[in-house]
Ligand binder design. Structure first.
Ligand SMILES: Nc1nc2c(ncn2[C@@H]2O[C@H](COP(=O)(O)OP(=O)(O)OP(=O)(O)O)[C@@H](O)[C@H]2O)c(=O)[nH]1
Ligand SMILES: [Mg+2]
Length: 294
């Protein structure tokens, strides 16, 4: 009776795509906008375009904006460089970062200082040392809170590997002159591009509870076979160039020996493992997006 085609499953994404707390979060961002000197948008370096909220252009139209490509440790390095150039070309201050690593802190701080240098100078001319306030925004699970902790040097903001960890705003003082505002992950109300939605689901920015894990995982495997076929076969030995798309999960289960009683392959477990390993960067460093044409 139930036909299981892609549209139907992805419509499921549509229903819970924009939960009620996000509308509230958007209003909160709007209300706090007047307090901040710049907006730092955190995107996932593995899908910088898919993980940009299209509402932000209108929402932050009059603000100085930075784009930080986080989780650069999990993305294709050359692609990350190209994306950074692309955003710079479009007038943003942009840089790759790894919020879980120690190295990026100095660079991120200096980028934020550059973003507000003019304002700070204007105030200095009036004899005032200005406190800079920057709002950190982005879709769920891209690492906003981890970034703030990295910059502030302590575990001030709660983090976690599922979307929707941060539920309200939080100001974090970095030093006497810099304060960052953490905010809840924000998607946009109308999902138009199914490919982007799929990328966000792969990355873990959409709540897994509303998705069909096996279907998602199978699509991810198909995508990875295009992007990094060798790495995929190295990780899951039974996947070859000839494995049909609808048997990829079974091949993973066979590679790992995931069997249920009666020798049935446990594809559900295989699906979970593939998503976890991809999100943890264990399969390959890949970038799902391509740089838009100029
Ligand atoms: N490999 C890697 N993992 C990261 C990086 N930054 C954050 N993470 C991980 O990504 C997950 C999400 O991080 P959070 O900081 O909670 O993300 P968030 O954007 O605040 O998420 P919400 O509050 O749910 O919107 C956590 O498991 C982090 O450890 C990074 O640069 N590299
Ligand atoms: Mg958070």
């Amino acid at each position: 009776m139930e036909k299981s085609n892609n549209d139907e499953k992805l419509t499921k994404v549509g229903i819970n795509w924009y939960p009620g707390h996000m509308a509230k979060a958007k209003r909160m961002l709007q209300e706090n906008l007047k307090l901040v000197d710049a907006v730092a948008e955190i995107v996932d370096a593995r899908a910088p375009e898919a993980s940009r909220n299209p509402d932000f252009d209108a929402l932050f139209a009059n603000k100085t904006r930075l784009i930080l490509l986080n989780k650069a440790d999990l993305a294709d390095e050359a692609m990350t460089r190209r994306f950074v150039e692309y955003y710079k070309g479009r007038g943003f201050l942009a840089a790759p970062i790894v919020s879980t690593g120690a190295a990026g802190k100095k660079q991120a701080v200096s980028l934020m200082e550059r973003a507000v240098a003019d304002k700070v100078k204007q105030m200095e001319e009036k004899g005032v040392r200005k406190t800079v306030r920057i709002m950190v925004v982005g879709i769920p699970n891209v690492g906003k809170s981890t970034f703030i902790n990295r910059i502030a040097g302590e575990n001030r903001a709660k983090t976690g590997d599922t979307p929707g960890v941060t539920r309200s705003k939080q100001w974090v003082k970095v030093n006497a002159y810099l304060e960052l505002m953490d905010s809840p992950g924000l998607l946009w109300p109308k999902l138009e591009d199914q490919d982007k939605a799929l990328s966000l689901a792969f990355l873990g920015s959409i709540n897994d509870d509303i998705l069909d894990g096996e279907e998602l995982s199978q699509k991810l495997l198909a995508r990875l076979r295009e992007l990094a076929p060798q790495a995929l076969t190295e990780r899951y030995k039974k996947i070859t160039a000839d494995t049909p798309e609808n048997e990829l999960l079974e091949a993973v289960a066979r590679s790992r020996g995931f069997l249920l009683s009666g020798g049935v392959l446990d594809t559900e477990r295989a699906a979970r493992i593939v998503l976890d390993e991809f999100r943890g960067g264990k399969i390959a460093k890949v970038t799902l997006d391509t740089v838009p044409e100029a």
